[in-house]
Design a protein around this ligand. Structure first.
Ligand code: FMN
Length: 171
C-alpha cells in the first residue's frame, strides 16, 4: 500500500509559523545509514520514531531530495545510529550534502549496514512500506536488530535550532 498526504496550506506565513512551532519541539538525533554497493552513505535525521512493538517497527521521514533516500530505495534497508551528546560533531558532518560524508569516519558493517561506534543505540531495519507525504517520504521498516549503547553521557537532542542533551528534573 502506498498513500499520499497533501496539505493545502502551503503559504509562506503558515510555513514559517510551522517551522517556529517545530523548533520548540525537542527531538532526538540519529545518523541514518545505508550501503550504496560497498560505499557507505549517511544523513542526520530527527524525524524517526518507534512505530510498532508486534512486530517491532520503526518510522523514518526523509526529504524527497535526500541522496540517502535514493540509496535506501536501492538497498531496501537502513541503519539507525541514535547519537549521544558526545557525537554532536557527527550530527553536523552528516547534515551536509555530498557523497563523501564518511571520509575519515570510523564505521563497521552490521546487517550489511554502516554502523557508527559508541552510539546511544543501534537499529538495523528493513523497509516494509513507504508513503509520500508532502515533500517527504515516510519509510516504515521492520527491526532486524536493536542494541542499546553503553556508557554514553546522555542523548543528543535538537531544540530551538541548537544541539543539546536531556537533563532529568530533580523530584
Ligand atoms: C538536527 C537535524 C535534523 C534533521 N532531520 C532531518 C530529517 O528528519 N529528515 C531529512 O530528510 N533531513 C533531515 N535533516 C537534514 C539532512 O541532514 C540534510 O538535508 C542532508 O544534507 C541530507 O543529505 P543527503 O542528501 O545525503 O541524504 C536534518 C538536519 C539536522 C541538522
Amino acid at each position: 500500500m502506498k498513500s499520499t498526504v497533501r496539505s493545502s496550506r502551503t503559504g509562506t506565513a503558515a510555513q514559517q509559523a510551522f517551522r517556529d512551532v517545530m523548533a520548540a519541539v525537542a527531538s532526538p538525533v540519529a545518523v541514518v545509514t545505508a550501503l550504496d554497493g560497498s560505499r557507505p552513505h549517511g544523513t542526520t535525521v530527527s524525524a524517526f520514531t518507534s512505530l510498532s512493538l508486534t512486530p517491532p517497527m520503526v518510522l523514518v521521514s526523509l526529504d524527497e531530495r535526500s541522496q540517502l533516500l535514493a540509496v535506501i530505495r536501492g538497498s531496501g534497508r537502513f541503519g539507525l545510529n541514535v547519537l549521544g551528546a558526545h557525537q554532536v560533531g557527527l550530527a553536523s558532518v552528516f547534515a551536509r550534502s555530498g557523497p563523501d560524508k564518511f571520509e575519515g569516519i570510523d564505521w563497521s558493517p552490521s546487517e550489511e549496514l554502516p554502523r557508527l561506534p559508541d552510539a546511544a543505540a543501534w537499529i538495523a531495519a528493513e523497509v516494509a512500506d513507504s508513503a509520500d507525504a508532502g515533500d517527504h517520504t515516510i519509510l516504515l521498516a521492520h527491526v532486524m536488530a536493536a542494541e542499546p549503547g553503553e556508557g554514553y553521557p546522555g542523548p543528543l537532542t535538537y531544540h530551538r535550532r541548537s544541539f543539546g542533551t536531556h537533563t532529568p528534573l530533580a523530584r
